[in-house]
Design a protein around this ligand. Structure first.
Ligand code: PLP
Length: 369
């Protein structure tokens, strides 16, 4: 099996597994209980929180753990809308479902939602953004790196517009955190453990002081009353260690994926077109199409390779991806697209082998058609 689905999830780093193990196996105390064991767990969670803030280069505000980035995004959007007098939300048509479905939910409750278009390069139209973001806008929500096509949105520019209009800027940094600088000016930043060689079931929201969204979860008042629920020490420690490791390995990881990107393109050969800009993109994501290709059949035929059509959600639904359609691709072009995702633990040889198999199977499909 060759794993090329790094945007869906990443392999757990061995260092992360080792850091988590004692907190899962022996040190099971509730981190919110006052016993010595509980205090020890609480201290480990605070170390993890600091590791995340250091990796994010954020020296102010606070980081609240959540059960996933989906929860962090729901909380940021719904909790900010609730505390604002304004009833307009501006986002991008190519956002993750956690953002799009949250704003749609609010739309059903009389909020106005603007979904900004992107160009064929996948980048948001800043002119349209300038027109849409006004003094009625409560929040602007934009992702740093797109999970389907890897393009990097100009979040810092959107943040300037948001602040000029007195709106809150939310950044979904799930695919970029630990790999690149976080954008300046975001007031709320959502991250996820499992996209960063950390565990699944843990994420979080960084909150600039004064921008605390109303809580989504009520109960024991953990996380300073902002997010109730007993924290899992093991998962928090895992996310902290994943963040620390990402900082330590950031340059090496970036060089590695840049090399893999070129290698994959060279091995796939002629006839492929990259979806989205080739420049402003994270190079561990290669989303491309080939005339006449049936992407779903290719995935089925090459069952020893793990890759996908787009987001895991889009692949499961059988519907063409909303991101590819937003680029202006028709259904046929969208269905002829595949997403290869690679990273820290992908070897050059296995990537070449996988790309050769993909190129051969794609040519066979073409001949048979
Ligand atoms: N945002 C982006 C860009 C993602 O890629 C994902 C994961 O697919 C999420 C949000 C949701 O993250 P989680 O799996 O932690 O809920």
């Amino acid at each position: 099996m060759i794993y090329l689905d790094y945007q869906a999830t990443t392999p757990l780093a061995p260092e992360v597994a080792a850091a988590m193990r004692p907190w899962i196996e022996e040190k099971f105390a509730n981190p919110h209980s006052p016993s010595r064991w509980g205090s020890e767990a609480a201290a480990a969670i605070e170390v993890a929180r600091d590791q995340i803030l250091t990796a994010a280069a954020l020296d102010e505000g606070r980081f609240s753990f959540t059960g996933s980035a989906t929860e962090a995004l729901n909380w940021a959007i719904k909790g900010t809308a609730e505390r604002s007098e304004r009833r307009k939300l501006v986002t991008i048509a190519t956002e993750h479902a956690a953002v799009l479905d949250s704003v749609e939910w609010l739309e059903g409750r009389a909020y106005q939602v603007v979904r900004l278009a992107v160009g064929a390069d996948g980048l948001v139209d800043l002119g349209a953004a300038r027109e849409a973001i006004d003094r009625k806008t409560a929040m602007v929500a934009a992702m740093l790196v797109n999970n389907e096509i890897g393009v990097i949105q100009p979040v810092a520019e959107l943040a300037v517009m948001a602040h000029e209009a007195g709106a809150v800027m939310l950044c979904d940094a799930v695919q970029g955190f630990g790999r690149m600088d976080l954008p300046e000016g975001a007031d709320l930043i959502a991250i996820s453990g499992h996209k960063l060689h950390g565990p699944k079931g843990i994420g979080g929201l960084w909150i600039r002081k004064g921008f605390e969204p109303r809580p989504l979860l009520h109960g024991g008042g953990q996380e300073q009353g902002l997010r109730s629920g007993t924290l899992s020490t093991g998962l928090c420690v895992g996310l902290g260690e994943a963040a620390r490791l990402a900082t330590e390995r950031r340059d090496a990881d970036a060089m590695h994926v840049a090399k893999l990107f070129e290698l994959a393109l060279a091995t796939l050969g002629e006839g492929w077109t990259i979806n989205g800009t080739a420049e402003a993109r994270y190079r561990g994501n290669l989303n491309l199409r080939r005339d006449g290709l049936d992407g779903a059949r290719l995935i089925y035929d090459l069952r020893n390779l793990a890759f996908s059509l787009g987001s895991a959600c889009a692949s499961g639904s059988g519907r063409p991806s909303h991101v590819l359609r937003a680029l202006g691709l028709g259904d046929r072009e969208a269905r002829s697209s595949i997403r290869l995702g690679f990273g820290r633990y992908t070897g050059e040889e296995e990537l070449v082998l996988a790309c050769r198999r993909i190129a051969v199977a794609a040519s066979e499909q073409h001949r048979a058609a």
